[in-house]
Write a protein that binds this ligand. Structure first.
Ligand code: MRU
Length: 366
C-alpha cells in the first residue's frame, strides 16, 4: 500500500542488514510514521505483545519472522531442536486469541525440524516466513475480489449513491501485510470508482479504528467518518449503514466469529435492524479444531492502563492522559464472540459462505 508515494507492506527484511526485520510501529500511528527493528526472538515477542504489530495475519507473519530470528541465535553449543521448539512456544505465548500466530509459527518450525541438519536453517526459515507473508497477502486479495461483488450489488441497489460500510477495529492492510481483510473489498470498490463511505468505530480502548483505520482510509482517499463505538446502533436504526464488515482473529469450525471487543454488539444491532453483517475471514483465521468458541478460545485480557489512560497528540507531541479517577479498577478483555446465527456470511478467499459448519467444511476441509 502506498504511504506518501512509497510502497509498504507490514513487515520486511532490512535490505542492508539481513539480521534485522523491519515493521511499521503501529503504536505510534497516526501521530508519527516510524519503522521499528526486530533483532531477536525477544524483540518479535515484545512487538506482538505490545501491539507494535497487530492484527491476526500480521502477528502470524511476525511470529514466522521471529522463527527466522531464532535461527540467527544458533551457535555451536545450541541444542537446535530444543532451541527452535522453545522459540516457537515463546512466540505463540505473546498473544492468545488470533489463530494465525500459532499457524504461521508452526509452519516455519515444521520446515526447520524437517531440515534440522541443514547448514542453512536461516535461509529455510526466511523462505518459510516470506511464504506466510505472501500467503496472507494473496488471501486478502482474494477476499477483496469476493467482497467487491457485495459492494457492487449494494451500489446497484442504491443506484450509485455511496455505499455506507461500518467497520470495527482495524482490519486493513496494516493488520495484514497488504490489502486487509474487511477493508480489501472497500479498497477494491474505491479503486473501481464505486462510491463508498466508511463509518469507522473508534474501537476503544486502543483506538485501532480512530488511529489506524482512519489513517489508512485517509491515505487511500476513501471517504470515512469516525464515530464513537456506541453510535453504530443508532446509525443502523436510521438507515445510515448498508452493510457491516469486520475482520476476525479466530473463527470456529461452526462459524462463530471471535474479533475485537465490541464486534458482537454491532452484530446484535445489525440483526435487529436487518442490516447484513459480514466477517471477512481468510482460512488462516479459521480454527477447524474449535467447535465451541465460548469454551475453547482464550480471550486475551490486556493491561487495565489501556482503559484508564488515553493517548493523543498536542502541538506535535504524543501525550498519554488518565481519563478516570486515580486507582480506578478497569477490566480489559480484548475480544468477543459473535455467534454464527448473527453472521450473514463469511467473506473468504474462496467465496462468500454461510457461517456454519457445513459451508466451512465444504470449502476448507483440506
Ligand atoms: O488487538 P488487535 O488490534 O490485534 O485486534 C485486531 C482485530 O480484532 C482485527 O479485527 C482482526 O485481527 C482481524 S484483522 C485482519
Amino acid at each position: 500500500m502506498l504511504v506518501d508515494g512509497k510502497n509498504y507492506e507490514g513487515i520486511w527484511l532490512d535490505e542492508d542488514d539481513p539480521a534485522v526485520v523491519k515493521v511499521i510501529n503501529q503504536q505510534k500511528l497516526p501521530f508519527s510514521f516510524e519503522i521499528s527493528d526486530l533483532r531477536c526472538v525477544e524483540d518479535a515477542w515484545q512487538a506482538i505483545r505490545e501491539m507494535v504489530v497487530r492484527g491476526a495475519p500480521l502477528i502470524g507473519v511476525t511470529g514466522a519472522y521471529g522463527m527466522y530470528l531464532a535461527t540467527l541465535e544458533i551457535n555451536a553449543y545450541t541444542n537446535v531442536p530444543d532451541h527452535l521448539s522453545n522459540a516457537a512456544r515463546y512466540l505463540i505465548s505473546s498473544r492468545p486469541t488470533a489463530v494465525n500466530l500459532s499457524l504461521s509459527v508452526n509452519y516455519v518450525l515444521k520446515k526447520l525440524l524437517n531440515n534440522i541438519h541443514s547448514k542453512n536453517l536461516s535461509r529455510i526459515a526466511l523462505t518459510a516466513a516470506r511464504e506466510t507473508a505472501e500467503k496472507e497477502k494473496n488471501l486478502c486479495r482474494e477476499i477483496g475480489i469476493h467482497g467487491l461483488k457485495l459492494i457492487e450489488d449494494l451500489s446497484k441497489e442504491k443506484e450509485g449513491e455511496p455505499v455506507n460500510i461500518l467497520t470495527h477495529c482495524n482490519a486493513g492492510w496494516l493488520a495484514c501485510i497488504d490489502y486487509g481483510t474487511a477493508l480489501a473489498p472497500v479498497y477494491f470498490a474505491h479503486d473501481r470508482g464505486i462510491p463508498v463511505h466508511v463509518w469507522v468505530d473508534e474501537t476503544r480502548p486502543v483506538n485501532q479504528g480512530a488511529r489506524l483505520t482512519a489513517w489508512e482510509l485517509g491515505k487511500k482517499g476513501v471517504p470515512y467518518t469516525l464515530i464513537p463505538d456506541n453510535t453504530g446502533g443508532y446509525l443502523m436504526q436510521k438507515g445510515m449503514v448498508d452493510v457491516v464488515i469486520v475482520g476476525s482473529d479466530r473463527t470456529s469450525s461452526t462459524g462463530d466469529v471471535v474479533n475485537k471487543i465490541g464486534t458482537y454488539l454491532k452484530a446484535l444491532a445489525a440483526h435487529d435492524t436487518n442490516i447484513p453483517f459480514y466477517a471477512a475471514v481468510p482460512s488462516t483465521s479459521i480454527d477447524m479444531q474449535i467447535t465451541d468458541a465460548y469454551s475453547e478460545v482464550i480471550i486475551e485480557e490486556r493491561p487495565p492502563e489501556e482503559v484508564t489512560m488515553i493517548k493523543g497528540i498536542e502541538d506535535g507531541e504524543m501525550h498519554q492522559v488518565r481519563i478516570c479517577p486515580e486507582n480506578t479498577i478497569a477490566a480489559n478483555w480484548g475480544f468477543d464472540i459473535t455467534p454464527a446465527r448473527l453472521v450473514t456470511g463469511l467473506i473468504t478467499e474462496k467465496g462468500i459462505i454461510r457461517a456454519n459448519s457445513e459451508d466451512i467444511k465444504n470449502l476448507f476441509s483440506d
